[in-house]
Design a protein around this ligand. Sequence first.
Ligand SMILES: Nc1ncnc2c1ncn2[C@@H]1O[C@H](COP(=O)(O)OP(=O)(O)OP(=O)(O)O)[C@@H](O)[C@H]1O
Length: 256
Amino acid sequence: MIDLKDVYIYYGRKEVIRGISARVDGEKVLLMGPNGSGKTTLLSAIAGIVPYKGSIRVDGMEVRGVKNYNAVATNLPQAFSLGLTVEDVIEVYEEVKGCKADVRRELEKLGIKLNKAVYQLSAGQGVLVRTLIALATDPKVVLIDEPFENVDVSKRKVVVSWLKEYGKEGVIVTHEVDIARLFSDYNCFLIFEGSLFGPIKAGDLLSSSIVFGEDPSALLTLTVNGKKISLIRGDKGYRVDSMSNLERLYDLVAEA
Ligand SMILES: Nc1ncnc2c1ncn2[C@@H]1O[C@H](COP(=O)(O)OP(=O)(O)OP(=O)(O)O)[C@@H](O)[C@H]1O
């Protein structure tokens, strides 16, 4: 279980995460939000890479006090920053965490050479390697940041199937509406300027409409600077069914 209580994160004096409380228990959830809203920062704090105020507990343990907790795997680049080849990293993961999936075979099928240094990979290859290695350990808790960034369409279905198969619970950050649609039964959280809203089923989010004010039948109501924006069923307002419309929601929240 991932349990966040009143979490604040600062870079210098800048408050990036503003008092987030949420719980992820026995499921993988999506985390979506505009650029710079704090998704990677929040994931990094849960992974123990970034300091925080408040409480983040993974399986009951306060993250700031835990070292090398093997139940967690992440594709955050900091976890792969040694100058090792892909093969070296796989060996380390096999030795330390145990790999359930045949990550070598899958990476070779995707055209990735195992003797390449991780830092020599293209941006998309790097994402594929980090994501599949993290998932191959079938960890209890997955913290996966933008697993489709720079990954071409033909390779995405492997990542989708691995994300669904491996890891019991955790957080998957994505910007991509078309991908979120493939996870329509997953709960989704939205983050805006360091504040968290949700959960809402990804399928409901992507078939909802945006209206101003508080609607009693709302699937989710966001309160931003005292103003309310509701996501409702039906097509009364702007529909959140495409990237541009999700961006419209981001814009409306930014303007509130
Ligand atoms: N190491 C850092 N030092 C200072 N500020 C940072 C650092 N990392 C991120 N920030 C700032 O913190 C805020 C949140 O960044 P973060 O990377 O968490 O956002 P994000 O939601 O993941 O964005 P994106 O969708 O663009 O990846 C941004 O304003 C960013 O400029």
